[in-house]
Design a protein around this ligand. Structure first.
Ligand code: GDP
Ligand code: MG
Length: 458
């Protein structure tokens, strides 16, 4: 049976901390809300999570929301988010801030001979952790001149230069002897940050640094955030470099902070369907970000091991070899495509997150999920061809809308794929939830993902 996993806790519950990460709009809030609603419903005897129920094989499961205790991490506002989904008409939960925590207490009856021991008591801590912050990890290994040179070169690429024009013009216009001036630093920072935001929103890019510029930490912004990439030897460059170093120090502090440490399993969410629509450049960029995260979190920590300096960092337990036991990679919003395509989508995720065989084997698995299923599959006859499509209600429209964005590739897309357009995803409205969501939330694949994540405690 092996040792009970997790970290022993005062109350006698073992604590399992699960990091749920992904870039903004990847679907983290939807995931946490649906996971909690469906676990609570399953615990109340509703058939909300079939794959999890199958693992329980008739054993009892009790689930309740745990008090937030003394944690410094803001609480995930589960009730408000579920109330939005259960409203009439249903709404998507509001955009959330940087980081939050939701704790659930699970009491799971044991199997066979172990059953007289009483139920296994687990506290499941779900940490909503911005993917943007994970993209800051590589900065730890880059000093200011190197980061600046690489970033400016990237912004000058023909595809990005139009969006970066205003910032580049400002940076190029600075005199070689620009003084260490606060106003100059603030202006450049504002332009650089606006550029990052547009690269995300208009070009659909993901690999944008520093990540905390796009997803700030809670609380007032420290004055040292005002920097931007710049090369040279001026007083201004010196000021920017010192602020960049202060920023990296904050990243390092967060990494070792007990609030964010001790994550022993991880869910990495990515809106891959939207990236397929955004086009080749955006998709390649997202793939780079995803495999960058996968690599940074992998047990061999290749980029850490490659850099002698980093090995002296006090890394948190979850960055240490063997720290993370289970990683689930998932493409979200898979209710935008029909069942056959969802299989392809899961294969595509697997292809994007292939890691070198880790030294200490973490269990990893790939999924295509919809935390909040809004559509149903149906066969659409177009030009006398039958197409596996989906239909659902889009926001503020009462009629059913049919959708078929295109064929999802089951491996890295080739030239032929990019020759055809992959259509934009309509914004579907969640289905109406009976009983204020107490029966759970319709989902696809979330049950299999949770069964994988909790396999060793179920
Ligand atoms: N159709 C569908 N849309 C989803 C699903 N999950 C998220 N979305 C959409 O994606 C948006 C962003 O999701 P959210 O959970 O707020 O992302 P976060 O920024 O990572 O927390 C939502 O407002 C929905 O429009 C899903 O399972 N199905
Ligand atoms: Mg959110």
């Amino acid at each position: 049976m092996g040792l009970p996993p997790g970290i022993p806790f005062l109350s006698g519950r073992s604590v399992l901390r699960v990091g749920i990460t992904g870039l903004a709009r990847a679907g983290k809030t939807a995931f946490l809300t649906s996971a909690a609603a469906n676990l609570l419903a399953q615990g109340a005897g509703m058939p909300a999570l079939p794959a999890l129920a199958a693992r329980l094989a008739g054993r009892s499961l009790r689930v309740s929301i745990a008090p937030s205790g003394a944690s410094e991490v803001p609480r995930f506002d589960y009730r408000a988010h579920l109330a939005a989904l259960a409203a009439d008409p249903p709404r998507w939960p509001e955009r959330t801030g940087a980081v939050s925590l939701l704790s659930l207490d699970l009491d799971i009856a044991r199997q066979g001979f172990a059953s007289p021991l009483g139920p296994r008591a687990v506290r499941l801590e779900l940490l909503d952790y911005p993917g943007e912050w994970l993209l800051d990890l590589p900065l730890l290994a880059q000093d200011f001149p190197r980061w600046s040179a690489a970033t400016l070169a990237r912004l000058e690429q023909p595809e990005l230069a139009p969006i970066a024009r205003e910032f580049l013009a400002f940076a190029r216009g600075l005199p070689a002897r620009a003084p260490a001036d606060d106003t100059l630093a603030a202006t450049g920072h504002r332009l650089y940050r606006a550029t990052l935001t547009r690269l995300r929103d208009e070009a659909g890019l993901s690999f944008l640094q520093p990540g905390r510029f796009l997803m700030p930490a809670p609380g007032p912004e420290p004055p040292w955030t005002d920097f931007f990439p710049m090369v040279g030897t001026s007083g201004l460059v010196g000021l920017l470099a010192s602020r960049y170093d202060a920023y990296r120090e904050a990243v390092r502090r967060d990494l070792v902070s007990p609030s964010f440490g001790q994550v022993d399993r991880l869910v990495v969410l990515a809106d891959i369907l939207s990236a397929l629509h955004a086009g080749r450049a955006a998709f390649t960029d997202m793939a780079g970000a995803l495999s960058g995260v996968a690599e940074a979190l992998s047990f061999r920590r290749p980029w850490i091991d490659a850099i002698p300096f980093l090995q002296w960092l006090p890394l948190p337990s979850w960055m240490a070899p063997g720290g993370i036991r289970r990683v689930a990679f998932a493409a979200t919003k898979s209710d935008h495509v029909a069942d056959r395509q969802r299989g392809n989508l899961a294969s595509l995720v697997r292809a994007l997150t292939q890691l070198p065989a880790p030294a200490a084997a973490a269990a990893t698995a790939s999924f295509a999920i919809a935390a909040v299923r809004c559509t149903e599959d149906f066969v659409w006859t177009l030009d006398r061809r039958n197409i596996s499509a989906v239909r659902g209600r889009v926001l503020s429209d009462d009629r059913l809308t049919r959708s078929y964005p295109g064929e999802v590739p089951d491996r890295l897309p080739d030239e032929a794929f990019w020759a055809h357009e992959f259509l934009a995803l309509p914004q579907f409205e969640p289905r109406r939830l009976p009983a204020d969501g107490r029966n759970g939330v319709p989902q696809i694949g979330l049950d299999a993902l949770l069964a994988f994540l909790l396999e060793d405690v179920l």
